[in-house]
Design a protein around this ligand. Structure first.
Ligand code: CA
Length: 754
């Protein structure tokens, strides 16, 4: 609370006095409870509330209700806003909540089926002058409450003011741009805030596909030299995959402790601000791609007693990273690491520990006056995980223990021992018979200890073939109708016969469509597309024969497409063991076209044959604004044959210089390709066109009589490997932004002339 103004001191005094007066009587006498059933009743009631009072929203769905909850409670007698029954008050449509005043408590509300029309779903302020202090939001749910325009930015929770608490809440499924929870320091009365963020369940946040997908941010670069004193403890971060920063600390003197990060892509990043303490946190990567740990930048950071296991991330997403800084850095760049204390941590099966990372002409200031001591570094493969990018003599290494031969620069700071590890009762791995690394008393918080107890933690995607099996016969609109009636996860099994679809089949749930006996169901379609994937949809096709023979005689038909624009949910597409042929009615007949803004977590084509197609196979090049946005994270082509395809196999485009994403990834192995990419309308003049793809593996393919493979590297440090292929032309790799030779690995490719 601000106590610089005399008037406020007086008020505080008066309040203490009144509390004493009341406590001499009885609390219950004065605490009233009001049940309201309409927004108008809420508004009328809220202005008359006294300390100790409770206002309850009646059970049911409240549509488009923008709640403004103001009042002055006291420490002993807060004013409470809650649900008639916790979990049974649903705020939907264009609803949100602002709270401003002192000693307010909000609990039991559920935000779903809508989105906020303002910049926050929950704001700890009314406007730019009226803030919340000593207030609490607890046991509240925000689920899938995402703006339908994915690029429209908002926060789900904006914490302003001072001494506020955000605890035991459930937040999952944010799909639009913007941090899930932001602690703001953009006014004096929000600084040195001493907020507490604890016991929250941060459920799955899907890959956003560009910058702006952080789960928690404390401060911004502008105010980053200000202290925040925010405590973040006992939270569970479950698959928070939005972008490279799970948590972005951008202020000073925060404490982040006892949090668990489960299979979350990205890192806890100390991006700006000094004197933060990161301790007793547990990172379980389980070998999932791009899982990371902690990234250290700035001064006086303490990283102590943290446990990191099974983290695969590299570069700025590594299991552990200490960055190089920029000399006399501007406030929004990289301040030099100084006086970092890194001790008693366990790094077990962490693939990459990178020191002086990001060293380049600009980031030339190596870490200074820092310590790396009593850490336990163990890799089952016995592969040592360190990479040094610059002079690390500013980090003193002492009494660390490892099982793998360290780099010569680190030798004196490590004891190398043959060590056995064993999982203890707390779920963590420890060296047998040794006392090194994290303390044995550490007790990682479990999922069930976070969030409201009454709200089930079921967020996440539905697996293919996890539902019922439904048999379909080739009659009329049987397939179309069955898709309408199916439930998420169901499998539609097609009896042998011909299926001619006269309407576009919209897929808005996870569905598998497969032939009862492989390749006995023949499908064709009469509209410009056969399947359209919409929000909530994911499609798996298995063992089908699909032909374009009944499609309209116009250009640009597509077998499968997403909604043309405006999708916000990520989707998956898997096609296997199928025969796709004669997509040749008119020109530019494509197999798959992504809509603008659509994003696939996965597109997998395996063991199919594609024959006689006048367009492209996968068009994933809709984001031409060069904003770092792209259309698919993992694209896999394996064991297919492609013959006589006029367009390219894949056009995958990620433009711009943003470095907040890990993808896209392209994996193409064991395919047989004949006469692909030679059509006159194929402007890319390539059989495979990859622009800004971050991870590429093209191996063991045969490309005969086909156009070039074209790879364009942009930013990041793309990993491109093209090996053991038989090609009809040399691969083209160009660096568009970085000078010098290209960084792709091209080995054992055999070029066979036509
Ligand atoms: Ca970011």
């Amino acid at each position: 609370m601000v106590i610089s103004k005399p008037s406020l001191i007086k008020k505080t005094f008066q309040k203490s006095f009144s509390v004493i007066a009341i406590s001499l009587l009885s609390f219950t006498t004065y605490a009233a409870e009001f049940l309201v059933k309409t927004p108008e009743a809420f508004k009328d009631t809220v202005k008359n509330l006294s300390p100790g009072d409770t206002i309850k929203l009646a059970n049911g769905t409240w549509q488009d209700f923008e709640i403004l909850f103001t009042g002055k409670g006291s420490k002993e007698q807060p004013i409470t806003l809650t649900a008639e029954t916790k979990g049974e008050v649903i705020l939907s449509g264009l609803s949100n909540l602002r709270l401003a005043g002192e000693y307010l408590v909000v609990s039991g509300l559920v935000f779903k089926n809508g989105y906020t029309p303002s910049s926050e779903v929950i704001a700890f302020r009314e406007n730019k002058t009226e803030y919340a202090y000593h207030s609490r939001v607890t046991e509240t749910v925000i689920e899938d409450y995402s703006n339908p325009d994915k690029q429209e930015s908002d926060y789900w929770v904006g914490i302003y003011g001072q001494y506020n608490r955000f605890d035991n809440n459930y937040l999952a499924g944010k799909r639009n741009k913007g941090v899930t929870v932001a602690v703001r320091l953009n006014s004096k009365n929000s600084q040195q805030n001493h907020h507490k963020i604890d016991h929250n369940y941060f459920g799955p946040r899907p890959i956003f596909g560009s910058n702006g997908g952080e789960t928690l941010r404390i401060g911004t670069s502008h105010h980053s030299l200000t202290d925040s004193f925010t405590v973040v403890e006992n939270n569970y971060f479950d698959r928070c995959n939005g972008e490279v920063e799970i948590i972005s600390v951008k202020s000073g003197k925060n404490q982040l402790r006892n949090n668990v990060f489960f299979e979350s892509r990205g890192t806890l990043t100390l991006r700006h601000g000094n004197g933060n303490v990161i301790e007793n946190n547990v990172f379980f990567g389980n070998g999932v791609d791009h899982t990371g740990g902690i990234r250290v930048i700035n001064k006086d950071q303490i990283i102590r007693n943290n446990y990191m296991e099974g983290l695969t991330g590299y570069r700025f997403g590594s299991g552990f990273t200490v960055m190089n800084g920029v000399p006399n850095s501007p406030i929004n760049r990289y301040h030099q690491v100084e006086n970092a204390l890194i001790e008693d941590n366990s790094m077990i099966n962490v693939d990459h520990i990178q020191l002086a990372a990001g060293s380049d002409a600009e980031r030339s200031a190596a870490p200074l006056n820092s310590k790396f001591a009593q850490n336990f570094v163990f890799n089952e493969s016995a592969k040592q995980p360190f990479t040094l990018f610059d002079d690390i003599s500013g980090i003193a290494f002492n009494n660390n223990v490892t099982n793998s031969k360290p780099l010569s620069e680190l030798k004196s700071g490590f004891k190398v021992e043959a060590i056995k590890i064993e999982r203890a009762e707390n779920g963590l791995l420890y060296p047998v018979g040794k006392n090194i690394g994290v303390d044995r008393s550490i007790s990682p918080i479990t999922k069930s200890e976070t969030g409201p107890s009454w709200y089930p933690k079921t967020a996440g995607q539905t697996d293919f073939a996890s539902g019922a099996t439904i048999k379909i016969k080739p009659q009329g609109d049987a397939l179309f109708n069955a898709v309408q009636l199916a439930e998420d996860g169901d499998v539609l099994v097609l009896a042998p016969g011909d299926y001619d679809e006269r309407k576009v089949i919209v897929i808005d749930k996870t569905l598998t469509i497969k032939a009862d006996k492989s390749k006995t169901a023949q499908l064709s379609f009469e509209r410009g597309a056969m399947f359209e994937i919409a929000d909530g949809g994911s499609l798996s096709l298995d063992g089908l024969v699909i032909s374009g023979k009944n499609s309209p005689d116009s250009s640009g038909n597509t077998l499968i497409r997403t909604k043309k624009w405006g999708m916000t949910a990520n989707y998956r597409l898997v096609v296997q063991n199928s025969e796709i042929k004669n997509l040749d009615i008119n020109h530019s007949f494509h197999f798959f076209v992504s809509g603008n803004g659509a994003f696939a977590d996965e597109i997998t084509l395996s063991n199919n044959s594609f024959d006689n197609i006048t367009g492209d196979i996968l068009r994933l090049d809709r984001e031409l604004e060069d904003l770092g946005i792209y259309n698919a994270e993992y694209v896999t082509l394996s064991k297919n044959t492609f013959k006589d395809v006029e367009g390219a196999l894949v056009k995958l485009y990620r433009g711009g210089s943003d470095e907040s994403t890990f993808g896209p990834h392209l994996n193409m192995t064991n395919n047989k390709v004949t006469n692909v990419g030679n059509g006159k309308r194929n402007k890319s003049k390539s059989s495979l066109y990859l622009h800004g793809v971050q991870v590429t593996n093209v191996a063991d393919n045969t490309l005969a009589e086909s156009a070039q493979i074209v790879v364009e590297h942009t930013v990041g440090q793309p990993k491109t490997s093209i090996q053991n292929n038989k090609l009809s032309q040399d691969v083209s790799v160009v660096e568009l932004r970085v000078s010098g030779p290209h960084t792709a690995v091209l080995e054992n490719n055999q070029v066979v002339a036509k």
